[in-house]
Design a protein around this ligand. Structure first.
Ligand code: SF4
Length: 370
C-alpha cells in the first residue's frame, strides 16, 4: 500500500481539493500519512496568487527532496494546483526532483494514473484541464478532515479577469457543478456527521446551472441535517439585496459575508477591472447591515496597485473607517504572470507599499479590538 502525504497551500478551494484528492486516493488503496518522512508520495497542492507563497513552496519542496536524496530514499514528488498550471513543464526545469506536475483541473487524471506513474518512473505532466472535474468531486466527496464542518465546491474558475489576478488563467473559466451532485455530496457528508457546510467558489454568486445561486442556497438550507450554511466568496457586482434577505430569513444560513472591496478609489477599481464603483459597494454594505441584523462582514484590500497615489490610498482608508469591517485581509500588490496589471509598471515603491499596509493593518486591529 503506498503512503501519500499531501500538504496544502492557499485558499479554501485548495483545501477542499486536497480533501477530495485524499478521499479518491484512499478509495484506491492509498494510505494517507501526516508526515513526509514516512510517505512514498509527497504532494504539494499549491497557490499561485502571491509570489512570496510560490518561493516558499519551491524552497520547502527542494529541502525535503534534498533530505530524501541524502538518505537514499526514492520518493515521488508532485507539484499540484495553481502553481503547476502556471509553471507547466517549466516546473521540471526549475525543480528537477519533481515527478508530477498537475494543474487544479486535472486532479482526477492524477488519481487515475498515480499507480502507473509510480510503476513507470517517468515524469508526468497534467495541465490540459480536460479531466472530469465532476467525477473527481464525486469520487472523494465523503472525505473531510473536520468532523463537524466541510467545504463543498459549487463552481470553479472565474470569468472576471480582475487585472491583478492569476486565477482565471490557472483555474480557467467559470464552471458550475450540477445542483444534484452538490446536494448528493452534502447528504453524504451529513451521513458522516457533518452539520456545517460552506459552499465554495471563486465567485459563488455567479453560480449558474439548473438552479441560480439563490435557488441552490435555498435547496441546501432545506436539507435535513444542515445546521449551519455559509458561502465564500461573493463578488460585489453580483451580490444582491435578495441574497441578504434570504440570509436574514433562514435561521441556518450563517450571518457572515465576505465581500472584497480591494480599493476605495474608483480610478484604481477601474484599473483593477472590478466592474463596480465604490458607491455601489457602500450601498451593498449598508443594505447588508440593515437587513442582516448583527451580520459579520469581512473584506479583502490591496495596497500599492500600480499608480496608486496618496489620495487613492486615503480613499481606501476612508472606506475602512466608514464601513468598519469585522475582519479585513490586507495585501501588498505584487505582479502575477499573465495578468493585465503585470504589464503595467509596478511603480509604487516597496517602502510605500509597506507603510500603507501597516497603516491599514493597525487601523483594522484597533477596529477589531473595539
Ligand atoms: S473575481 Fe477577480 S480576484 Fe476573484 S478570482 Fe476572479 S479574477 Fe481573481
Amino acid at each position: 500500500m503506498k503512503k501519500v502525504y499531501i500538504r496544502t497551500f492557499g485558499c479554501q478551494m485548495n483545501k477542499r481539493d486536497s480533501e477530495v484528492l485524499a478521499g479518491a486516493l484512499e478509495r484506491r488503496g492509498a494510505e494517507l500519512v501526516d508526515d513526509w518522512e514516512s510517505a512514498d508520495v509527497v504532494l504539494f497542492n499549491t497557490c499561485a496568487v502571491r509570489k512570496h507563497a510560490e518561493d516558499r513552496v519551491f524552497s520547502i519542496l527542494g529541502l525535503i527532496a534534498k533530505k530524501a536524496q541524502a538518505r537514499g530514499e526514492d520518493k515521488v514528488f508532485g507539484l499540484l494546483g495553481c502553481m503547476a498550471q502556471e509553471w507547466r513543464d517549466k516546473a521540471f526545469k526549475k525543480a528537477p526532483y519533481l515527478d508530477i506536475v498537475c494543474g487544479p483541473n486535472d486532479l482526477y487524471a492524477l488519481v487515475e494514473n498515480l499507480d502507473e506513474i509510480i510503476a513507470r518512473g517517468k515524469k508526468a505532466l497534467f495541465v490540459d484541464g480536460k479531466a472530469r472535474v465532476d467525477e473527481f468531486y464525486s469520487d472523494g466527496a465523503y472525505f473531510s478532515e473536520d468532523r463537524e464542518h466541510s467545504f463543498v465546491i459549487i463552481m470553479e474558475g472565474c470569468n472576471n479577469f480582475c487585472s491583478y489576478c492569476i486565477v482565471p488563467y490557472v483555474r480557467g473559466r467559470e464552471r458550475s457543478r450540477p445542483s444534484g451532485d452538490i446536494i448528493s455530496e452534502i447528504k453524504l457528508l451529513i451521513d458522516k456527521g457533518i452539520s456545517k457546510i460552506t459552499l465554495l467558489g471563486q465567485n459563488v454568486n455567479s453560480y449558474s446551472s439548473d438552479l441560480s445561486f439563490l435557488e441552490l442556497l435555498k435547496a441546501v438550507s432545506d436539507i435535513k441535517g444542515v445546521k449551519e450554511l455559509s458561502f465564500v466568496t461573493a463578488h460585489p457586482k453580483d451580490a444582491s439585496v435578495e441574497l441578504f434577505r434570504l440570509m436574514a430569513e433562514r435561521e441556518n444560513i450563517k450571518k457572515y459575508l465576505h465581500l472584497p472591496f480591494q480599493a476605495g478609489s474608483n480610478r484604481i477599481l477601474k484599473l483593477m477591472n472590478r466592474n463596480y464603483a465604490i458607491e455601489h459597494y457602500k450601498e451593498l454594505v449598508m443594505a447588508y447591515r440593515d437587513i442582516v441584523k448583527g451580520g459579520y462582514l469581512s473584506t479583502d484590500v490591496i495596497v500599492g496597485f500600480p499608480t496608486e497615489t496618496d489620495e487613492d490610498f486615503q480613499a481606501t482608508f476612508d472606506v475602512m473607517k466608514e464601513l468598519k469591517f469585522e475582519t479585513a485581509y490586507i495585501f501588498k500588490y505584487s505582479p502575477r504572470p499573465f495578468s493585465k496589471a503585470s504589464k503595467m509598471k509596478d511603480n509604487v515603491p516597496k517602502e510605500v507599499k509597506e507603510r500603507r499596509h501597516k497603516i491599514l493593518l493597525e487601523f483594522q486591529r484597533s477596529i477589531a479590538e473595539r
